[in-house]
Design a protein. Structure first.
Length: 468
């Protein structure tokens, strides 16, 4: 679909984005608009993201139509989600306009900067955001491209005047092979994205290629506790000249997490770094997010930033939309939104909320994301739900996929019940909202969980609670 050729500055002068409202696509479009490019694009529906792009001078069309693509466009930017029969993509072929994958466009933005690329099966958005906020609070004015909107400074992307560029590195379609970072973070290595990877060996091979792209003299920051990351470190350590820095709770970690102390919806983290203990606050709950913060700290140190300065700045990070985001409180019930859709993410967020809840009940409205993921990991998703006091499971959110015969959310419900969870299915969103709100009592926490449109149900739950 898209050329793998280096993306010239001229090609990015008048880019047209198909699916410009997507998290990854919109960030690149924002940075280009901030740099003075004449950006156009299309998306399936209106959104706050589309409005934000228009405020930067971009032209955003709603719907996909060949007429939206101007013959004057210098390139057409696409993600792996864009299908070959898209009318604008077909029009680009007729006009001979170069088609560029979004990862190539992002790689071109990182040229002449000091890139930090954040990779891993999960935790990328949080870790990238922590770095972006911390570096910004230190006055370093980084550029960044993140797969979610920050609570602060309020955007998923920025063209900064500083020399550091922080970006998520997406392994799902192997597009992270296009980047040449000075520092790379690998948070974890697990089997996911089953449409593109058939085995863990393929996953390891892909991450090995990613590490080979780190510039000579660069640094790999990698988890010391996660089994997949440990195996990857074993595979590459004797074949690379990179500086490898491990972090985690393992006694062998180069940066060792000494203690994580929950403080309500925050955590106090103590690490052993260069033989000295360093304690700092992470303004989001849970051990999982504490590990993300230490990875961010390690990456900043690799760029030469003093660890104490970074530790204080990390406290400035207050969250990303959809990453344990408080949507509101009504009748004594807090409603929180979680993007978790992989079993490991689900368990991490549920454990964090369980610690924050103390004696309160934790109720979950979960929406599975993708048929392929449910087919491979539905059992583990169901088992994760045993960490909640009660759950309601919606139908699968298909996103870009067509249905797979026999694969439904019943796989998750059955697995959850077998694990001893209190769970029920809901095939109608209105019924699901009523069911979860009907369970909630003052003091309870309600978690809407999943990568699809379950996020829209948080306000509806709050409305339902207000009307009781």
């Amino acid at each position: 679909m898209a050329s793998g050729l280096p993306t010239s500055a001229a090609a990015m002068d008048r880019p047209h984005f198909i699916g410009i409202g997507g998290a990854g696509m919109s960030g690149i479009a924002k940075i280009l608009a901030q740099r003075g490019a004449r950006v156009t694009g299309s998306d399936a529906r209106e959104s706050a993201t589309a409005e934000a792009l228009r405020a930067l001078g971009a032209t955003v069309h709603i719907g996909h139509d060949a007429a939206h693509l101007s013959p004057e466009a210098t390139s057409v930017v696409v993600s792996s989600a864009i299908r070959e029969d898209n009318p604008e993509l077909r029009r680009a072929a007729e006009l001979g306009i170069p088609v560029v994958h979004r990862s190539d466009a992002l790689a071109s933005l990182m040229e002449d900067r000091r890139p930090i690329a954040v990779a891993g099966t999960h935790g990328k958005t949080t870790t990238t955001s922590m770095l972006a906020v911390a570096l910004s609070s230190l006055g370093l004015d980084p550029s960044y491209a993140i797969g979610g909107d920050l609570d602060a400074p309020g955007s998923n992307a920025l063209h900064g005047a500083g020399d550091i560029f922080v970006a998520e590195a997406d392994e799902s379609d192997r597009s992270f092979h296009r980047y040449r970072p000075e520092v790379a973070i690998i948070l974890n290595v697990e089997l996911d994205h089953h449409a593109n990877y058939a085995s863990m060996d393929e996953i390891y091979d892909s991450f090995e290629i990613f590490t080979s792209k780190i510039v000579p003299g660069g640094t790999l920051v990698i988890a010391a506790d996660h089994p997949g990351a440990v195996e990857l470190t074993r595979r590459i350590r004797d074949t690379t000249s990179l500086k490898v820095v491990t972090y985690g709770e393992s006694p062998s970690a180069d940066i060792r997490i000494h203690k994580v102390t929950p403080r309500g919806l925050t955590s106090e983290v103590t690490v052993l770094l260069d033989g000295k203990l360093l304690t700092f606050t992470v303004s989001v709950p849970g051990r999982h997010y504490a590990h993300n913060a230490v990875a961010a700290l390690a990456a900043g140190v690799a760029l030469g930033i003093p660890s104490r300065n970074l530790a204080g700045a990390i406290k400035s990070y207050t969250g990303v939309k959809r990453r344990l985001q408080l949507k509101g409180e009504e009748s004594g019930v807090q409603v929180i939104d979680s993007y978790a859709h992989h079993p490991t993410e689900m368990a991490a967020d549920l454990e964090a909320m369980r610690a924050a809840a103390d004696d309160a009940r934790l109720l979950v409205l979960f929406q599975p994301h993708l048929f392929s993921r449910t087919q491979e990991l539905g059992q583990e998703m169901g088992e994760a739900l045993r960490l909640a006091d009660a759950s309601v499971v919606l139908d699968i959110y298909p996103a870009r996929e067509d249905p797979i015969p026999g694969i439904t959310s019943a796989l998750i419900v059955d697995a959850a019940r077998a694990a001893g969870a209190d769970v029920q299915a809901a095939h109608d969103k209105t019924a699901a909202v009523g069911a979860i709100a009907g369970m909630a009592k003052p003091g309870d926490l309600v978690l809407t969980m999943g990568a699809g449109d379950v996020t829209d149900l948080g306000p509806r739950i709050l409305d339902h609670l207000a009307q009781r």
